[in-house]
Design a protein around this ligand. Structure first.
Ligand SMILES: [Zn+2]
Length: 202
């Protein structure tokens, strides 16, 4: 956990999430949000984060109820902080116990359309609440599940791109440097500069 906290400070996070983002992008955003330091955010960042949360809760293709448009915030600052802590604890449990059980109350809806049955569980007008957020976490992590990995260097969860082994360039570089030093020591030569970060490699 200590290492997670350390990573959080230096990891860059995309605060914005577009409304039509595909599931892997949503999952990546979610994990970034989990490790985001709320104290590092500017006023503008906070507004962007709130909008991103709203976009996260509302599935692509449906227009949700705008939190701000309603004039009342259903996800006030302390609530956002609370779900972030909850999310982080849950991910930590997932990393150590390989399992994460939580209650996410919702009513599910199947809709009959000309194309057959469709999942209308979070239809247009879904109100972005902490409860809805939990249920969306379940859906998004389930759907992005095959790409979900734990970084073997820092144990932090991440959504892996093709051939991606570590959560960040920082971790892959740390491993590369360590291997290089070990090799240099073995061959009894003075360590020179560690190899340069490969372009695009993570
Ligand atoms: Zn890592």
């Amino acid at each position: 956990m200590d290492r997670w906290v350390e990573t959080a400070r230096t990891a860059s996070m995309e605060i914005k999430l577009r409304a039509d983002a595909p599931v892997e992008e949503r999952a990546r955003w979610l994990l970034g949000f989990a490790f985001q330091d709320p104290n590092s955010l500017s006023e503008g960042d906070r507004l962007n984060l709130r909008e991103a949360l709203e976009n996260f809760i509302t599935p692509p293709g449906v227009s949700g109820t705008r939190i701000l448009a309603a004039g009342v915030s259903l996800l006030p600052e302390e609530k956002i902080h609370e779900i972030q802590q909850w999310l982080r604890t849950g991910l930590a449990g997932l990393a150590t116990q390989k399992r994460w059980s939580f209650k996410a109350a919702t009513s599910v809806t199947l809709g009959l359309s000309p194309y057959g049955l469709r999942d209308f569980t979070s239809p247009a007008g879904t109100i972005p609440t902490a409860e809805a957020f939990r249920f969306r976490i379940f859906q998004v992590l389930r759907d992005a599940g095959p790409r979900f990995r734990l970084c073997s260097e820092c144990q932090r969860p991440f959504i892996a791109g093709k051939g991606q082994e570590y959560c960040s360039t920082r971790c892959s570089q740390a491993v590369r440097t360590r291997k290089f030093r070990a090799k240099a020591k073995k061959s009894d030569r003075l360590p020179e500069q560690p190899p340069e970060q490969r372009q695009g490699g993570r």
